[in-house]
Design a protein around this ligand. Structure first.
Ligand code: SF4
Ligand code: SF4
Length: 438
């Protein structure tokens, strides 16, 4: 794609990067076929190619984004299916990340929407506030029934629709808190390795059982696990809202504490059980490439970050065969399959450890979770969830496995089949408790 940035514009490293990405696009349109919003809405401007044109225009003209541009960028899930499909290697992720930052800086959203986004950015990355928020949401939920339901689904939802979607996502009850930051879990038997385990933000409130299963599984196989003190949200939530100041501050904070831990006790890896977080931590090196103090450490931390399944693939797990050949529908989270290119590994681990693993039809399509997307675009998200659940039902599973808490909550909202994390199944297969019973 031909671009027309001025030399002055190209002196900005972000614009230079955008120029490189845009020039790689040959407008072939292959990406449209696998884009969930194009599949649902059929509008070229809701396809990757259409959005690439909109972003090009916005950056080249260097003017505040229009309402039309914001509408179509907001509808993008950042699922990155387009990157998997693109034959030219267009890095849509870095382009849309930049567009979201530009929108956040230069576009004034209506006040209620600004307030909602500010509230999400404040609450979601802070487990203490998120816990209080979930309790309040549960109390408020009955009152939403008193007000009229929207008659038709909308790709441009009202604030009220977004609030009801947010309340509907709150669970009926919250589990007890998991282990505290700063805890160290020694290896059983001879120590074969030492890792940090990302504690996450929403996940540690909604499902501390996931990291507990990871800790049990790892220590049982000779790996010491550290929950690093002063670690914070990885920044993915605010990064996807275009609030890069917050996201980069969190990245720097995490890099500093992980680096200290690595120097103090040694770390073979920083393990992540929420693939949405893993994709962003693996991108810290890029996000901080222009920061003279953090570029090197960020690249090293990104290289240490691993999805839990990547690390487990290097360990000989000891299956105990107690799970009885259950059929598992494996939901491939977008951040894992498109963001990190981890596709076969989780399925191979499950198969090797005694599960019958089924691929879900249309597995490349997002379930609609996508960070805060199921709150900000609830009707598109619900359509994608229903489509995902119908596809999952076709393989008649006993359980559904996924590697990302957002997907697990989203899919569980549309099915009675238990939705568990891949690591819970692997823990069970090697002597841990059966998941899906709490
Ligand atoms: S598939 Fe790639 S090269 Fe083709 S239009 Fe989409 S982004 Fe551009
Ligand atoms: S990230 Fe997903 S929703 Fe956004 S343009 Fe690419 S395929 Fe479409």
């Amino acid at each position: 794609m031909k671009t027309e940035f001025s030399l002055a514009q190209l002196a900005d490293p972000d614009i230079a990067e955008a120029d490189k990405i845009l020039r790689a696009c040959v407008h072939c349109g292959f990406c449209t076929a696998t884009c969930p919003t194009y599949v649902l809405l059929g509008d070229e401007l809701d396809s990757p190619r259409g959005r690439i044109y909109l972003i090009k225009e916005m950056l080249e003209k260097d003017k505040p984004p229009t309402q039309e541009v914001v509408k179509h960028i907001d509808r993008c899930l950042s699922c990155l299916a387009c990157m998997t499909t693109c034959p030219s290697g267009v890095n849509y992720m870095h382009l849309v990340d930049q567009a979201r930052v530009r929108i956040e800086q230069d576009y004034t959203r209506p006040l209620p929407e600004r307030a909602l986004r500010a509230m999400l950015a404040l609450v979601l990355p802070r487990p203490g506030l998120f816990r209080v928020g979930m309790i309040l949401a549960r109390l408020a939920r009955p009152f939403t029934a008193l007000l009229p339901e929207p008659k038709t689904a909308s790709a441009s939802p009202t604030l009220w629709r977004r609030l009801t979607a947010m309340l509907a996502l709150a669970p009926g009850s919250l589990p007890a808190k998991g282990p505290a930051a700063g805890s160290v879990f020694p290896a059983q038997g001879d120590r074969r390795g030492r890792v940090a385990l990302l504690q996450g933000c929403a996940q540690q409130v909604l499902a501390p059982r996931i990291n507990q299963a990871a800790i049990n599984l790892l220590t049982r196989h000779g790996i010491e696990v550290v929950l690093v003190k002063d670690e914070q949200c990885c920044g993915a939530l605010t990064h996807h809202l275009g609030q890069d100041g917050d996201a980069l501050a969190r990245a720097r904070g995490n890099i500093a504490v992980w680096q200290s831990e690595a120097e103090r006790g040694g770390l073979d890896a920083i393990l992540v059980t929420a693939s949405g977080c893993g994709t962003v931590i693996k991108d810290y090196g890029f996000m901080l490439r222009e920061d003279p103090d953090f570029a090197g450490p960020a690249a090293r931390i990104s290289a240490l970050a691993k999805d839990i399944t990547e690390y487990l693939a290097g360990i000989d797990l000891n299956p105990s065969a107690q799970q009885g050949n259950l059929t598992i529908a494996y939901h491939s989270a977008c951040s894992l399959q498109h963001g990190q290119k981890i596709t076969a590994l989780p399925k191979e681990l499950l198969s090797k450890n005694g599960f019958v693993v089924k691929d879900v039809p249309e597995s490349h399509l997002c379930c609609g979770s996508a960070g805060t997307y199921n709150i900000l675009q609830p009707d598109i998200a619900n359509k994608l969830r229903d489509r995902k659940v119908a596809n999952i039902a076709m393989v008649k599973p006993d359980m559904i496995a996924a590697g990302n808490i957002g997907c697990m909550v989203q899919i569980a909202g549309g099915t009675s089949v238990p939705v568990v994390h891949t690591v819970e199944l692997l823990d069970w297969a090697t002597g841990g408790p059966r998941p899906g019973l709490n």
